[in-house]
Ligand binder design. Structure first.
Ligand SMILES: Cc1cc2nc3c(=O)[nH]c(=O)nc-3n(C[C@H](O)[C@H](O)[C@H](O)COP(=O)(O)OP(=O)(O)OC[C@H]3O[C@@H](n4cnc5c(N)ncnc54)[C@H](O)[C@@H]3O)c2cc1C
Length: 299
């Protein structure tokens, strides 16, 4: 069997790893210059900041085993189970994991040893493979004009945009709070302490906008920098002006669905829209496609 995986986010990489381990010939085609997709870290002022997923939760036993392997190699670490809530009091939740080298480093680890071709934008479903895995948000998959069955599953997905703002301050002037969920706010949805998360104590926060603010600034995200910086300062009582770097996620968060993937038999669609939208779901969806492909090749 010869498989092409389009998309080197965690779903595509998880799928490709399983298939490669089973001896299948797999090429991963990624339009970006780096792997990871929304498991994204950007370098600003000499350090990585996480600009996509804020953390991951590992409550699936297989994913938890992977997290432990990352932990034993120093690639990931349990960060916190307690987030601040605005307005409200801090809330305990599941353990949230972070990566000292930025979350994208975990995608880099999964990509090691795979045939990944970066800077390779796919414009139509490839016809030179026995199976094609579209490991990406449905709206991106639709651009490749898949068959009706896959297109319909892609069209059913509902996505929200988010703007991420990396806010670099002259010094740490806030009390420890790890991260904060911000409720009923016109601008902010979450704010995370990136220095605490990464473990280097750098005076850097990463704020995620509400979908509404993102929708209003999708064309020019930089125009939202000042409003996000002001809202974050007001929330945390910070008077200093940060340097701000903006990142736009047009397809950031899908509504949850309950199938593990969609397929027409040759073309497969997977990613975090297949389950609760989070890193673990994307990983599990990619693995589920690999398992189904391996099973079908045994028949
Ligand atoms: C702002 C934000 C905050 C988040 N916070 C959290 C969180 O705290 N915890 C959590 O668990 N999850 C969080 N998530 C969600 C998490 O990031 C995703 O669930 C997960 O990373 C999705 O992985 P994926 O592989 O399904 O998709 P993606 O990471 O989107 O990967 C798709 C890949 O396909 C590539 N691609 C698309 N089209 C083409 C093409 N035509 N040709 C070639 N390549 C193509 C893209 O470049 C991309 O690399 C967050 C996401 C965002 C954006």
């Amino acid at each position: 069997m010869n498989v092409v995986v389009v998309g080197a986010g965690i779903a595509g990489l998880a799928c490709a790893r399983e298939l490669t381990a089973a001896g299948v010939r797999v090429r991963v085609l990624e339009r970006g210059r780096v792997v990871g997709g929304r498991l994204a870290s950007e370098r600003h002022h000499g350090r990585w900041a996480d600009i996509g997923a804020a953390y991951f939760v590992a409550d699936d036993p297989d994913f938890a085993a992977l997290a432990e392997r990352w932990r034993s190699r120093g690639l990931a670490r349990p960060w916190t189970d307690t987030f601040a809530v605005h307005p409200g009091s801090p809330a305990a939740g599941p353990m949230r994991w972070a990566a000292p080298g930025g979350l994208r480093s975990l995608a880099g680890d999964l990509a090691a040893g795979l045939d990944v071709r970066l800077g390779h934008e796919v414009r139509a479903v490839p016809d030179d493979a026995d199976a094609v895995v579209l490991a990406m948000p449905g709206p991106q998959a639709l651009l490749l004009r898949p068959s009706a069955a896959v297109a319909e599953a892609a069209r059913r997905q509902r996505w929200q945009p988010v703007l991420a703002a990396v806010l670099a301050y002259p010094e740490r002037v806030w009390g420890d709070f790890h991260g904060a969920f911000v409720n009923d706010h016109p601008v902010l949805a979450t704010v995370c302490d990136d220095g605490d998360r990464r473990g280097d104590r750098a005076p850097v926060l990463v704020a995620h906008s509400t979908p509404g603010l993102a929708r209003d600034h999708l064309d020019v995200p930089d125009a939202a920098a000042a409003v996000i910086a002001r809202a974050t300062g007001e929330l945390l009582g910070i008077a200093a002006e940060p340097r701000v770097h903006m990142h736009r996620w047009t397809h950031a968060q899908p509504a949850a669905t309950d199938a593990p993937y969609a397929t027409d038999g040759r073309v497969w669609l997977c990613g975090d829209a297949f389950g609760r939208p989070r890193v673990q779901t994307a990983w599990a969806s990619g693995r589920a496609v690999a398992a189904a492909l391996l099973q079908s090749s045994e028949r």
